[in-house]
Design a protein around this ligand. Sequence first.
Ligand SMILES: NC(=O)C1=CN([C@@H]2O[C@H](COP(=O)(O)OP(=O)(O)OC[C@H]3O[C@@H](n4cnc5c(N)ncnc54)[C@H](OP(=O)(O)O)[C@@H]3O)[C@@H](O)[C@H]2O)[C@@H](O)CC1
Ligand SMILES: [K+]
Length: 513
Amino acid sequence: METVRAAESALMARLPEGTLMTRAAAGLAAACATLLASAAGRPTRDRPTRTARLYGARVALLVGSGDNGGDALYAGARLARRGAAVTAVLLSPERAHPAGLAALVRVGGRVLTPADTSSVSSLLRSADLVVDGIVGIGGRGGLRPDAAHLAQRVADAGAPVVAVDLPSGVDPDSGEVNGPAVRAALTVTFGTLKPGLLVDPARTHAGEVHLVDIGLTPQLPAVPELAALESADVAALLPRPSAESDKYRRGVVGIAAGSARYPGAAVLCVAGALHGGAGAVRYAGPAGDHVLARYPETLVSSGSPHHAGRVQSWVVGPGLGEEPAARELVAEVLATEVPVLVDADGLRGLDPDRLRTREAPTLLTPHAGEAAALLGTTRERVESARLAAVRELSQRYGATVLLKGSTTLIADPDPRGPVRANPTGTPWLATAGSGDVLSGLAGSLLASGLPALDAASAAAHLHGLAGSLAPTPPSATTVAAALPQAWARVTGTGTGTGTHGTASPSPSAFPLP
Ligand SMILES: NC(=O)C1=CN([C@@H]2O[C@H](COP(=O)(O)OP(=O)(O)OC[C@H]3O[C@@H](n4cnc5c(N)ncnc54)[C@H](OP(=O)(O)O)[C@@H]3O)[C@@H](O)[C@H]2O)[C@@H](O)CC1
Ligand SMILES: [K+]
C-alpha cells in the first residue's frame, strides 16, 4: 500500500485538510444509502419511495482508531443527518478520530464501546446495516483479539456489512487472510482498487466492490502492480481475420494431449482450440479417432508432434498420463521454436533451467496443486498467497504463468509489469475438463500471434465468461460450446444471455497500485 499512501500524500499536500476524507465519507454514505434503499424492496403505500428506507434505519458503525474509523464516523454523521439512527461502537474510545466523532455526536449519533456488551448485542441484532471501519490500508496481520471478537459478533448477528476501503482483517497488498476477517456484502473503496479486493481469499470477503473517485488517479504510478482487463481491452486483442487471411495466416495450433486412458482431455482441448480464432487445429496423439468423431475439422495425425506439420504454437499436457513417454513428449514440444503452452500432466517435473533457455514464449497453466509441485511447497501455501506464488513461478521458470483458481492470476517473467487478475469466472468452472478447454483456447490465441500474457488473459476472460453463460451447472463441454457466445459478448457482436459471473467493481478503474 506504499504507492497508495504516496499518492494520497501528494494529493493531500495540494488540498485543504480533510478534503480526501470528506470525499471518501460522502461516497461511503451514498453507497450505504443506496444499499439501505435497495434492501427496502418495492415502494409500498406506507413507504412511498425507495429512499424513505434510510429514514429511521438502524446503522451500527464499527470504529477503529485510524482514519478508516474516521471515514465511518463522518459517513455515519451524513446518514444521521438524513434520519438514520446511527450508533458507533468505538474499539479505542480515547483514540477514535476526534473530528469524525464530534461530527457524529453533533447530529445525535450514539456511542458505545465493546464493553457495553448487552447494548452492543442488541444493536447488532437489530441493525439494518453495519459499517466496518475497524481498519483499512493501515491493517497488518490478522485482526487483534478485541477487533476479531467484534467481527465475530457481527457475523453471528447476520446484518449486512459495508466495509470501508477493505474488509477489516484482509491483507491489502496480497489478498491473504490471516485469521478472522470481516465478511462484507459491499466494500466501498477509495481512489484505487487494492489487490486484496481482487485476489482470493480476500476477494470473497469483500462482496461487491464499489470504487469512489477521490481524485487519486493522476498521482498513481503509470504501471500498477495488479491489473485486470475489461471486455473492451480483450476485444481489442482478439484476432479478426482480414479479407486476405487463409488458415495459415490466421495461425495453426498443435495439440499434443490425451492418451488411450484419457482421450476426453484431447477432445476438450481441441474444443477450446477450435474456438480461439486460429485458422486450423492439428492434433497429434493416440486419441485422434475420438477427436475426429467429435470435430471432423481437426487435422489429425497419430505420430509424434514432430511429424504433425507446421504449427504456430503447441499445447502439450492435458490427459497425457504419468508415463515416462509423457515427459519425452513435453521435451520434444519444448524443443520447437514456436510458443508452447504446458498444462496438466505436462507440468510434472518441468526443468526451470530448460525452460529458461527457450527463445519462444512458454506459457504454464497450473492449478494450485500443480503450482505447489512446481514450487516445492504445499497447495495451501499457494492458495493463501496466490499473488506471491504466481510471481515466484514466472520468475523461477522464466515463463508466463496463468495460475488457475478462484481468482485466476497471470504473471509475465518481466517483474516490472503488473500481474493480471481475471475479473470473469465462476466457481462452477472448477469442473473436470474445464482446464483442458482453457489450455486449447489459450494455445489457439498464441497461434494467432498474441503475446503469451495477452493470450492467457484473453483466454481466461472468455473462458470465465463462457462458464457464466453456459447453462447451470456447466460442464467442460458446455463451457466450450458457450465460447462463441462469450466471444460475441466481448466484441459486442451479439447479445449473450446470462450474467457476468464476476465480483468485479462497477466502474472501469482497473489499474491497481
Ligand atoms: N490517507 C488518505 O488520504 C485517506 C485515507 N482514507 C482512509 O484511511 C484509511 C487508512 O487510515 P490509517 O492510515 O489511519 O490506517 P487504518 O487503516 O485506519 O488502520 C490504522 C489503525 O488500525 C489499527 N490496526 C492495525 N492493524 C490492526 C489489526 N490487525 N487489528 C486491529 N487493529 C489494527 C492501528 O492500531 P495501532 O497500531 O495504531 O495501535 C490503527 O489504529 C484508509 O484505509 C481509508 O479508509 C480515506 O479517508 C481517504 C483518504
Ligand atoms: K474496514
